[in-house]
Structures are given as C-alpha cells and as structure tokens.
Design a protein around this ligand. Structure first.
Ligand SMILES: [Zn+2]
Length: 212
C-alpha cells in the first residue's frame, strides 16, 4: 500500500513527464494560440467569455490551457502548472492573463508566512492596502476621501488600483462620475499602452463590472 506522500511524488513526476517539451520541438509553442491537431487528455478548454470580460489585452486569449512546466524561482524545484490550476487562476480568481506560476506550493506557503509574521512596517504596501480596503466598508468621510486621493498618487500602482476599487465600493455619484471619466480617458494602443491612464481605466471598468 502506497502512502499519500509516495503517491503525490508519483503524480508530480508523471505531470512533469507529460508537460516536458519534446526534444524535437526546440521552439516553445505559444500555448495561448489555438492548437493544430490533437488536444492532450489533461488540457482544459478556456471559457473565453469570462476571459474577455476581465482582460483588456491586444494579445491573444487562450482557447485552452495545457500543463506548463516551470522551475520554482525560490528553490529551483521542477514543477508543473496544471491546466486545471490555470483555469482556476485565470477564470475563477481572474488572475492577469500575462501572469504565470513562479513558485512551488511549499515556497508559496513559506513566502506568505514570512510576510504575515513580519513585524509592522515590514510589509508597508500590504498594510496600506488593507487600510484602503477597510475604508470601503463604511461611508466615505472627508479623511477617507483624502486618503484615497493620496493613494491614487502612490508610487505603487497596485495601491492606486485598490484606491479605485474602494471608490467603486463607495459607489456614490461623485465617485462613479470620476471613475467614468477615467474609463473615458483610456488611451488606445501606441506608446501609451503601458501608461497609468490605461491601467486606471481597466481597473475602474473591472471593478464596476464586478459590482454589478
Ligand atoms: Zn520552491
């Protein structure tokens, strides 16, 4: 009788084997493009209606997910990001379409624990993010509005995005008007593609959709 641990090791080894790129394919095929020929048995079809709703990209959206081998950036372990895990990441938690798995489960847990157990000030961005989120739970006060305005100027774009989400949670006429202005000011393509204005417009649109 095999222990669960042995079985897990075997399953992982099998996944690695299946996901390994054959030596005859020296180029790495873009798994996001429609595949020509047969699908592997453990591929997962992508729900493009969900992806289109949460992603604003000029790049192609996947039509299916295939297991992807990767090396953990912390411990160097050979891991496989399974098709099911990818589907969950992109379609259930709406991870950004360009995001990829970089850490193995053990390193993910260790990292989370490190951040969680660090003293105050060690995770300034995390603390400010939680503070901003908490502001969204009650009606906006003068002070809260000033904090959100300040956060919109933060050097951390992720904090600015949380500020936008907080505005959406308040959802009063003034806030909605500001958000609609952000969406209207979205630059299309060109050099402005990586600008804050585009990120802001997408964040506002996404947060408004989620609220509906
Ligand atoms: Zn690792």
């Amino acid at each position: 009788m095999k222990s669960n641990k042995q079985r897990r090791v075997e399953i992982k080894a099998r996944r690695r084997q299946r996901a390994a790129v054959p030596a005859t394919h020296s180029f790495k095929p873009d798994v996001r493009l429609p595949r020509v020929g047969a699908y592997a048995s453990d591929d997962e079809p992508a729900d493009r209606s969900v992806l289109l709703r949460y992603n604003n990209t000029y790049g192609p959206l996947p039509t299916f997910y295939a297991a992807q081998p990767f090396v953990c950036c912390d411990c160097g372990a050979q891991e496989v990001w399974t098709a099911k895990q990818q589907k969950w990441w992109y379609e259930t938690v709406h991870g950004h379409i360009e995001s990829r798995a970089v850490r193995c489960l053990a390193c993910r847990r260790a990292r989370r624990e490190r951040v969680r157990s660090a003293g105050p000030g060690a995770n300034l961005l995390g603390e400010q993010t939680n503070r901003l989120r908490a502001l969204g739970e009650t009606k906006p006060t003068e002070k809260a509005l000033a904090e959100v305005d300040a956060a919109l100027q933060s050097k951390w774009w992720s904090l600015r995005v949380v500020a936008i989400q907080t505005m959406v949670r308040w959802g009063d006429a003034d806030r909605i008007e500001k958000l609609k202005a952000m969406i209207a000011a979205r630059p299309e393509g060109g050099r402005r593609y990586w600008s804050w204005e585009r990120v802001a417009a997408d964040a506002a649109m996404c947060a408004l959709i989620r609220r509906e």
